[in-house]
Design a protein around this ligand. Structure first.
Ligand code: TTP
Ligand code: MG
Length: 374
């Protein structure tokens, strides 16, 4: 496969991160199904499940109630973000001893560019991955899965290939065969909706996706079609970007079918907001501005923002802002294709965590609105 910028990239991803930490810290939980997330009697979702629980079909983002039905013997635990954050920092210190080019994607997931150490020699890169995995186990008693390849996308595909505790190398010679057999949902940039669209077209694996011409992909997915065309050919020139300064935390989702159903939209908004709140808590930050993004059925984009005096961290406060913003936009009476929530104007969280942040509406400033059409 052709690649303009040949690099040596590692992707490391801790195995069942939150659940493994809980099992590490409480030996009684080892070998048992453990689910970290919300209240199984309430409306929370699964953050992660130990591999023992995954065997029952439990997975991230599933409602906890459903997880309880699938796996009644599971131990349900609330996340301990402070602990996960401390471990994440401990592990990042290991990475930084190898290279300053460390790009964290999540608390347990990272890209490293080690080209300056090994050049294009992926076998040497794999040795480094092995050494790093070993150091992580020694220092934290946790396992990571590593992917080694010549770009970010393939390194990430590789790390997911043999989980848990895996180490997979994808060389330029192997890339084509790997991508042929890859389910389209695993290709970078393919979410559930795109995956469903491909299934309708009878496209399940990379080898089928590669049959589509650039023009056809652009017709189907616009600019993203170009990226998909490149990715499925193993081409990805995105550099590893260390310590980007974070300007916002956001989540968005596309509806399988464009909708005008307000209740459905509110449920989706609440789910997105939960994910944003969790990410803010992980990063120990909160933000003073919340933005609702709506893409209409005709792909026009509209955003509405509200700024508040006390930084937003918890779901209730965010939903309090979002409901009226949604109400204003829905007055347009147009089918909605996508909803997104972003918190910006970020600052360190005061106190011990956003979940305890108390918001009272009277503290909030006036709404500022902005409409942008694409
Ligand atoms: P992942 O790396 O996606 O999952 P994982 O580490 O639990 O399992 P594995 O990598 O072995 O498949 O996410 C890392 C942590 O992020 C996870 O332990 C919990 C948290 N998380 C959520 O809170 N919600 C989610 O929807 C996901 C996917 C992860
Ligand atoms: Mg992980």
């Amino acid at each position: 496969m052709q690649e303009q910028h040949q690099r040596a990239i590692l992707h490391l991803d801790l195995d069942a991160f939150y659940a493994s930490v809980e099992q590490r810290d409480n030996p009684v939980l080892r070998g048992r199904p453990v689910i970290v997330g919300g209240d199984p009697q309430g409306r929370g979702v699964v953050a992660t499940a130990s591999y023992e629980a995954r065997r029952f079909g439990v997975h991230s983002a599933q409602p906890c109630r459903q997880a309880l039905q699938l796996c009644p013997d599971a131990v349900f635990l609330r996340p301990r973000f402070e602990v996960y954050r401390a471990i994440s920092q401990q592990i990042q210190a290991i990475y930084r001893r190898y290279t300053p080019l460390v790009e964290p994607l999540a608390l347990d997931e990272v890209y490293l560019d080690i080209t300056s150490i090994v050049g294009e020699d992926l076998a040497a890169a794999a040795q480094i991955a092995r050494a790093i995995k070993q150091e992580i186990v020694e220092q934290t008693q946790l396992t990571a899965s590593a992917g080694v390849s010549y770009n970010k996308m393939l390194a990430k595909v590789a790390s997911a290939h043999q989980k848990p505790n895996g180490l997979t190398v994808i060389t330029p010679q192997q890339a084509s065969a790997f991508l042929d057999a890859l389910p389209v949902g695993k290709i970078f940039g393919v979410g559930e909706v795109t995956e469903a669209k491909f299934k309708d077209l009878g496209i399940f694996y990379g080898r089928e996706l590669r049959q589509l011409s650039l023009e056809r992909l652009q017709e189907l997915f616009g600019k993203r079609g170009t990226d998909l065309y490149r990715f499925v050919r193993g081409e990805d020139n995105r550099p590893v970007e260390p310590e980007r300064e974070r300007k916002s935390v956001g989540q968005e989702t596309t509806f399988e079918r464009d909708t005008m159903d307000r209740e459905e939209m509110l449920a989706v908004l609440e789910h997105l907001t939960e994910q944003v709140a969790q990410r803010l808590a992980e990063l120990e930050i909160a933000g003073k501005t919340i933005t609702l993004k709506v893409r209409w059925h005709d792909f026009q984009l509209v955003t509405r923002s509200k700024s508040v005096a006390t930084p937003l961290g918890d779901v209730q406060a965010m939903m309090w802002c979002l409901r009226p913003l949604l109400g204003q936009l829905l007055a347009a009476n147009r089918p909605v294709h996508l909803l997104g929530v972003t918190v910006s104007n970020l600052m360190p969280q005061s106190g011990s965590g956003g979940r305890e942040l108390v918001q009272t509406p009277s503290l909030w400033g006036p709404a500022d609105e902005e409409v942008s059409e694409l």
